[in-house]
Ligand binder design. Structure first.
Ligand code: CP
Ligand code: NVA
Length: 309
């Protein structure tokens, strides 16, 4: 596929313009209804290297299956396989991988690692989650919201929980697409200041609003309700303390009463039922959590076709 995105890395929602994100989402929609929408095997003979420093179900399986469906091949590199930064430097890993593969996806701790992979490899690098951002998740989430609501622009989305990687990418993405975003966190667990400032400045161009608050009642009137784990991968030691601090910051029947009747419930998964969301709420008709998981594959296939097809 001849795309203007060819050769580009995707480390953050801010790496793509509003039009470029819309284009990827359009391709994702087409690929979901027709596997051959971009040709029978648009990634034939192409290889994706997948570097993992952290565990995964959705990211690994959706990327690997996606590559198979596109006629290409994916190689899973487990944390112990390459011991990034211990056995070998990021620079050398990036340089060597680029001699073999056409595109790299990495799930890492420090965001600087995906930045270095992109800097040193010269092939497109896709951020499969860093401590700072999770942009592939948000592409799938946006595809899901459009399926349920027909649009992103002008909607009011509300994220309740930790100001983490998912919240960051959601704020960047909402700002790009003109979706109003309220992030509700406990005191001291807000998104990092840089992200809020960047998102606010991008939102000013698209007419969206970005609000960060500790007020749990700010979910009133939301079209979209989103939550994620209170303790992310790498924060396991803080899980118990966070359970107390975050107790109120959850999606439950009370939150549903505040939001619009047809508010879409989103969660990137894995879920911790009884913590950030309860099981019954996660199974309401409003819930699109498994559509999000499915759309990871369609959205990422679209992304790969654009950057490496
Ligand atoms: N949502 C998500 O990224 O899931 P995994 O951690 O299972 O890949
Ligand atoms: N914030 C979570 C997302 C998991 C997909 C984490 O980083 O663990």
């Amino acid at each position: 596929m001849e795309s203007k995105l060819k050769g580009r890395s995707f480390l953050s929602m801010l790496d793509f313009s509003t039009q470029e994100i819309a284009q990827v989402l359009e391709t994702a929609k087409k690929l979901k209804s027709d596997h051959a929408a971009c040709g029978v095997a648009p990634l034939e003979r192409k290889t994706l290297a997948m570097i993992f420093q952290k565990p995964s179900l959705r990211t690994r399986v959706s990327f690997e299956t996606g590559m198979t469906q596109l006629g290409g091949h994916a190689i899973y590199l487990a944390p112990s396989d390459i011991s990034l930064g211990k056995r070998e430097t990021t620079e050398d890993i990036a340089t060597v991988l680029a001699r073999y593969v056409d595109v790299i996806m990495a799930r890492v701790f420090g965001h600087d690692i995906v930045e270095d992979l992109a800097k040193f490899s010269g092939v497109p690098v896709i951020n499969g989650l860093s401590d700072y951002e999770h942009p592939c998740q948000i592409l799938a989430d946006f595809q899901t919201i459009i399926e349920r609501k027909g649009k992103l622009e002008g909607l009011s989305a509300c994220y309740i929980g930790d100001g983490n990687n998912v919240a960051h990418s959601l704020m960047h993405g909402a700002a790009r697409m003109g979706m109003n975003m309220t992030v509700i966190t406990p005191l001291s667990y807000e998104p990092v200041k840089d992200v809020t400032e960047q998102a606010t400045s991008v939102a000013a161009e698209t007419g969206a609003t970005i609000t960060v608050t500790n007020d749990i009642d700010a979910a009133a009137g939301a079209d979209v309700l989103y939550t994620d784990a209170w303790a992310s991968m790498g924060q396991e030691a803080e899980a118990e303390e966070r359970r107390e601090v975050f107790a109120e910051y959850r999606i439950d029947a009370d939150t549903m009463r505040q939001a619009k009747d047809d508010a879409v419930i989103l969660h990137c998964l894995p879920a911790h039922y009884g913590e950030e969301i309860d099981y019954d709420t996660s199974r309401l008709e409003n819930s699109a959590i498994f559509d999000q998981a499915e759309n990871r594959m369609h959205a990422q296939k679209a992304l790969i076709v654009h950057v490496a097809g």
